[in-house]
Design a protein around this ligand. Structure first.
Ligand code: NAD
Length: 428
């Protein structure tokens, strides 16, 4: 049978994960309302490039284990690709593609000269020894080397990775190119070219955005009752910075356990306890609380700071907070988003609320390229300026278009990316 030409041109529909579909739904909804050239919709719906790599690693017992890794580059119309690297058992191709897309919108919303990317390795970082994690990181870096670089694609930490992982990343890349390439990765330790304030930056940005939003309601952080899901880098620093400003952190949780105390949790003590025990179980006689109970607990502000899809249509009707501030990427499904909106809950969307991390990553990149390093005050002041300006833009757009904050944020971000595409035109 002869093949018709159209058969070769018709793409085979791929079955994608729920999270991928959710990310596309948020994008599609806004794009179609914006009266933009439909041509760019298809282009922006797919990543520019996704690399899948296989990483054989010698384990401590002498055996060899093969790990799968990814780097998805969504769009670079506004500048080099930029986005974190995640180590988690649930990492998959759809997840990194969806997160890379979110990163494009986030970087555009806070007006950084970057496109969006994301990477990850399917592994349980808690089960790897330090040596195994180092060998895995070095092999993964070498495998994705053809598509990364200080002016091409600049990774950073995400869930399951930290400054030490970025140090190995920097060293591997630098050894291979033959010079110290500070700009290849951000979130490095301060002693080897990292930026002061990067580690806490995502949490600080969450605090900045929440403070600005509360001010629009004539409220302040002091006395606000907050529940935070996820107590890693983002959850801990968000809790600490809000606690320092007088918020009452009534509930915190990690993957397997959580605690609730209506009088307020001692966040620093909880942080030390979690670091030592790897769990919050039995912390300070506070009441145990499950993750689902935390999401529905009695509080003013709910801050999901763990993983995607944790607030779904089953949980959303039980959310008692009046504000959901998305510190994690993609924590609220579109169905849950609608339920929250109908129930009068304000959602501060991820691409705004958690953009502090990539913003200070940008500062770190600039400092590394300049070889001129800033002090903590300058980093904090510049971060606050970017976050407050971005909040004002989203708040203004929401008022003008009479829409929710997520729609407003997407509208601003998509229009900036679409503008860059239009101005650059097609190659060749
Ligand atoms: P992390 O690995 O440091 O911490 C994750 C925390 O969430 C841990 O306490 C873990 O136990 C908990 N957790 C994991 N799965 C959970 C679940 N299903 N339910 C409840 N808790 C769960 O990660 P992180 O860097 O703090 O990142 C958290 C989120 O913030 C992710 O969505 C990440 O993409 C996003 N984010 C991180 C950064 C950054 O700079 N690290 C920047 C922007 C956004």
């Amino acid at each position: 049978m002869t093949e018709k030409p159209t058969d070769r041109l018709t793409p085979v529909p791929e079955k994608h994960s729920k999270f991928w579909q959710n990310a596309h739904l948020y994008f599609d909804r806004v794009y179609t309302q914006m009266n933009l050239d439909p041509v760019w919709r298809a282009f922006l719906s797919a990543p520019k490039r996704v690399l899948t790599v296989s990483c054989p690693v010698r384990m401590d017992d002498g055996s060899i284990q093969v790990f799968t890794g990814y780097r998805a580059q969504h769009n670079n119309a506004r500048g080099p690709f930029k986005g974190g690297i995640r180590y988690d058992m649930h990492v998959n191709r759809d997840e990194v593609m969806a997160l890379a897309m979110l990163q494009t919108w986030k970087n555009a919303l806070v007006d950084l000269p970057y496109g969006g990317a994301k990477g990850g390795i399917v592994c349980d970082p808690k089960k790897l020894s330090s040596g195994e994690k180092e060998r895995l990181t070095r092999r993964y870096t070498a495998e994705i080397m053809p598509i990364i670089g200080p002016v091409q694609d600049i990774p950073a930490p995400d869930a399951g990775t930290d400054a030490q992982v970025m140090a190995w990343f920097l060293d591997t890349y630098s050894m291979m190119v033959g010079y110290q390439a500070l700009g290849v990765v951000t979130g490095k330790p301060v002693s080897i070219g990292g930026s002061v304030g990067r580690e806490e930056a995502t949490g600080r940005g969450v605090m900045n955005v929440l403070r600005k939003f509360l001010a629009t309601q004539n409220k302040q952080i002091a006395g606000t009752r907050v529940a935070i899901q996820g107590f890693g880098n983002v959850g801990y620093h968000t809790a600490r910075l809000l606690h320092e400003r007088g918020a009452i952190v009534v509930a915190i949780s990690e993957r397997a356990s959580g605690v609730f105390d209506e009088r307020g949790i001692d966040v620093l003590a909880a942080g030390a306890y979690y670091k030592e025990n790897g769990s919050l179980a039995d912390f300070n006689d506070a009441d145990a609380i499950s993750n689902d109970e935390l999401l529905g607990c009695d509080c003013d502000v709910l801050i999901p700071a763990a993983m995607e899809n944790t607030i779904d249509a089953d949980i959303a009707p039980h959310v008692r907070a009046r504000v959901v501030c998305e510190a994690a990427n993609g924590p609220t499904t579109p169905a849950a988003d609608e339920i929250l909106r109908d129930n009068g809950v304000t959602v501060l969307p991820d691409i705004l609320a958690n953009a502090g991390g990539v913003t200070v990553s940008y500062f770190e990149w600039v400092q590394g390229l300049d070889n001129f390093f800033w002090d903590a005050k300058r980093v904090q002041d510049e971060l606050q300026r970017v976050m407050e300006k971005s909040f004002d833009a989203v708040n203004g757009k929401a008022d003008e278009a009479d829409c929710d904050y997520r729609t407003a944020a997407y509208t601003i971000a998509i229009s900036r990316v679409a503008e860059a595409l239009r101005l650059k035109g097609l190659f060749p």
